[in-house]
Design a protein around this ligand. Structure first.
Ligand code: 1HE
Length: 258
């Protein structure tokens, strides 16, 4: 795994904890840090069943490291963007579900990173923006694909055209995050969720990460068929049979409205 002082990785039980440790630069994503993220998710230990990603300091991530934004010709710009795509695809389509613990700035490429995760937990200090619009550039880390799926193309267009910033509460309503917790609690909530996710049958988690996003993009007829294939595979796993039997024999938790 790439050694990089700007990222910290540790296993806590079955949960991989990945922390951006470049707080002095608001966890701005240098090329080296993007490659380190790719490496971490490429090399998760077999024992990992879920992951949490968070950022050191007051901000989750200030996006692209602007000090590295130099004159690139079109070809270099293309390769740079594709490098981000490759790294964030390892987050989204890697071996385990990833839960983002958000606080402070979740902006530009930081929002693109958060969008590649499967669950986003925001605390009350979180804010979302796409400053690319005012910096004369465009999203290049998969944001044009992933962000409209969270909040819709109209909201993303408005953010980039006008520099609009979404605060935590309206951000949750808009669809950026699935959970909103008091200030300072996003990591604990994200970790709690990760421990829960880690207990699922691996094939269920796999289906949610790899089949559901594809099915959601398919025409209905193909989607129904893909769903049927995935359902058949998942239910044939011994673990699924054990879990259903446990419920029928009164040994498994009921659904609890809390
Ligand atoms: C940075 C970066 C960065 C901070 N690249 N160095 N992203 C942006 O346009 C967001 C730019 N950042 C900000 O608006 C603010 O820094 C924050 C709102 C995130 C935080 O404000 P604050 O007052 O807490 O911190 P600061 O004083 O602005 O920054 C602290 C240091 O971090 C300072 O460096 P220092 O050496 O003077 O201490 C900043 O220069 C540095 N810093 N953000 C480089 N982004 C694949 S395409 C994706 C395209 C994009 O992501 S574009 C959006 C880029």
């Amino acid at each position: 795994m790439t050694q990089n002082k700007d990222i910290h990785f540790e296993m806590r039980g079955h949960v991989a904890v990945v922390r951006l440790t470049r707080g002095a630069k608001r966890n701005a994503l240098s090329d080296a840090l993007i490659l380190a993220i790719r490496d971490v998710f490429d090399n998760l230990p077999d024992t990992a069943r879920a992951a949490v990603i968070d950022g050191e300091g007051d901000h989750f991530c200030a996006g692209l490291d602007l000090s590295e934004l130099k004159e690139r010709d079109a070809g270099q710009g293309l390769h740079h963007s594709r490098m981000w795509h490759a790294a964030l695809e390892r987050v989204q389509q890697g071996p385990v579900p990833v839960i983002a613990s958000l606080h402070g700035a979740v902006v530009g490429g930081g929002l693109e990173l958060a969008s590649a995760c499967h669950i986003r937990v925001a605390d009350a200090t979180t804010f979302y923006a796409l400053p690319e619009g005012s910096r004369g550039i465009f999203v290049g880390g998969g944001g044009a694909v992933r962000i409209p799926r969270l909040i819709g193309a109209a909201r993303m267009t408005d953010m980039m055209l006008t520099g609009r910033v979404y605060r935590a509460e309206e951000g949750e309503r808009a669809g950026f995050a699935q959970y909103l917790v008091p200030a300072g609690q996003s990591f604990d909530k994200a970790f709690e969720l990760a421990e829960r996710v880690a207990q699922n049958a691996p094939l269920t988690n796999y289906a949610l990460m790899h089949a559901l996003p594809r099915i959601a993009e398919q025409p209905a007829d193909q989607g129904f068929f893909t769903e049927a294939l995935m359902a058949a595979i998942a239910q044939s796993a011994p673990e699924a049979k054990d879990r259903v039997r446990a419920f029928l024999e009164g040994r498994a938790a009921k659904v609890n409205a809390g």
